[in-house]
Design a protein around this ligand. Sequence first.
Ligand code: URA
Length: 441
Amino acid sequence: MRMYDIILKKRNGSPLNKDEIDYFVQGYTQGNIPDYQASALLMAIYFKGMNHQETINLTQSMVDSGDSVNLSEIKGIKVDKHSTGGVGDKTTIALAPLVAACGVPVAKLSGRGLGHTGGTIDKLESIPGFSTSITNKTFINNINEINLALAGQTANLAPADKKLYSLRDVTATVDNIPLIASSIMSKKLALGTDAIVLDVKAGNGAFMKNIDDAFSLAKEMVNIGNSLHKDTIAIVTDMDQPLGYTVGNSLEVKEAIDLLRNKSPRDLKLLTITLGAYMLLLSKVVKTKQEGMDKIQDTIESGKGLELFKSFIKKQGGDIACIENTDLLPQASTIVPYEANKGGYIHKIKANIIGSVSLILGAGRNTIGDKIDLSVGIVLNKKVGDYVTKGETLAFIHLNKEDKIRPCIKKLADAYLIKDTPPKPKPLIYGIITKKGVERL
Ligand code: URA
């Protein structure tokens, strides 16, 4: 087999077979195929696409490129959740203990990554002492004891994806549905859970800017998961404005803890309860989505979710005093209000711009080596649909470096759209994709 022929075949629009895909993926991972040939194939895939079977084969090949986590010692049906990423998305922090408190084993591997804030691990590290450096044995034991553990992603989980993603990043081949779907699902499949609930975001703060593309990505991922024997469903949700009110690491942890105390904004709570309901459904703890929603709601109200969160944090070395008193979490030295320059109804709070402000403040990473500031970020004071008067506070900027005030305020001016009449209400959840089909809400 020659890489030249594989590139030519795809360039001419023909589907690749499993052997050709394996040759490329394993060869590239092992360093036997040069970047220029891999880049050429990625670009050919970008323009000619991949059919479902090719996408499934690409995913399996990337899983086979490294280790898989063996979770067979964990009792019960293990369910994972993955979000394609959005601004202010702290859902996992509250969702994982809620689902675990309902009796479902939750084995989470999370990353740090680049972005407007840190990943789930960075966020949880706002809690002093909390660590994801736990052995495999502790990971399994903790799940068997309290149904929840969180560890960092190991280097050898789908290493082909890591290498290919870096190449896609510098060859303008990231935004392609078969490549995104196989990339995400390869990492999920390498983690040996039985089922997965995907939250595919649509909007200006998400990978997929429009709703139809988000549905296409969701359908592709659901198809890959179910074809490779992982019970998979997806919901497509709005990411035009940030989720909840906070963006920033410790600020988001506080908001997630507030949710576990039943003090939460409507959007964050609705999303958490909906994702939780589907996780319970896939794990067969409930028979209907409504039963699942009621169960998650009861788990919030009874305080069982909060108790499980404390046990989880304690088991991984964290100081639970910060949960009892969230004022002990890292705090920024200065809080600056950002005020409305006119009165009216808020039509837009552009999530991508709020994300970039968070990055300027130092809450996220531009490059892998960047150190993030856990205490800084934005706290919205109003959401889309709210009425503001001129001079009223739209958001609070939490910062440690005074020289960031001007660039942040300049950017925030572009984030808001305020008009005289109220906006048309928009749904938070656009639809659900299961192996049976698509339900648009
Ligand atoms: N996230 C991933 O893990 N892979 C992609 O290709 C895009 C987003």
